[in-house]
Design a protein around this ligand. Sequence first.
Ligand SMILES: Nc1ncnc2c1ncn2[C@@H]1O[C@H](COP(=O)(O)OP(=O)(O)OP(=O)(O)O)[C@@H](O)[C@H]1O
Ligand SMILES: [Mg+2]
Length: 173
Amino acid sequence: MTCHSSFSNNVVSKEIVLRAEQETERLASLISASVTFGDIILLYGDFGSGKTTFARAFIRKILGDPSLIVPSPSYLLMNEYQIIREVQGEVEKFRVYHFDLWRIESCESLPPLDLQTILQRGVCLIEWPSAIEKLLPYEKLVLCFSFFDEKRKVKLSMFGSKWRHLQDDISSF
Ligand SMILES: Nc1ncnc2c1ncn2[C@@H]1O[C@H](COP(=O)(O)OP(=O)(O)OP(=O)(O)O)[C@@H](O)[C@H]1O
Ligand SMILES: [Mg+2]
């Protein structure tokens, strides 16, 4: 696995032990509470390390439906979810795009993707993002999952000032 090896310095990182699936879900739910248009969350980690578990909990929380079926988009490459929400008295349409690019070896083999438009519409969660790294803006949240006995660990790296608020949000972990 290459865990954002091509990304550079000026990053704040924190490592967290996730003792059970419920802790992965709690982290996802906490992070989902503050996402906005244009946010990008990259999910690295080997097979079975917990990327989809995180994405599923994140999407369920944003959509306010704890039993929503959130399949892994491994074959479709991307699933899209939409909510109409009210923020500070304004009604807005917000989308969550859940990608799984494990089959994609380079961005040349990706189907045409209007990333600019997608980012204007909501938040992107991207499992196996290596192929797309060079198309992405600098500001992003990078989560790198790994096995830790029967549990999991995740290293969070916050690229850019828009993610720095998370340092406080996750201080309870
Ligand atoms: N913190 C955790 N502690 C223990 N088990 C976990 C934790 N998080 C997830 N799991 C378990 O790990 C298994 C695999 O999780 P998941 O499908 O999310 O992995 P993945 O990284 O998306 O894998 P893939 O790369 O194959 O898509 C699931 O059975 C899930 O319950
Ligand atoms: Mg997965």
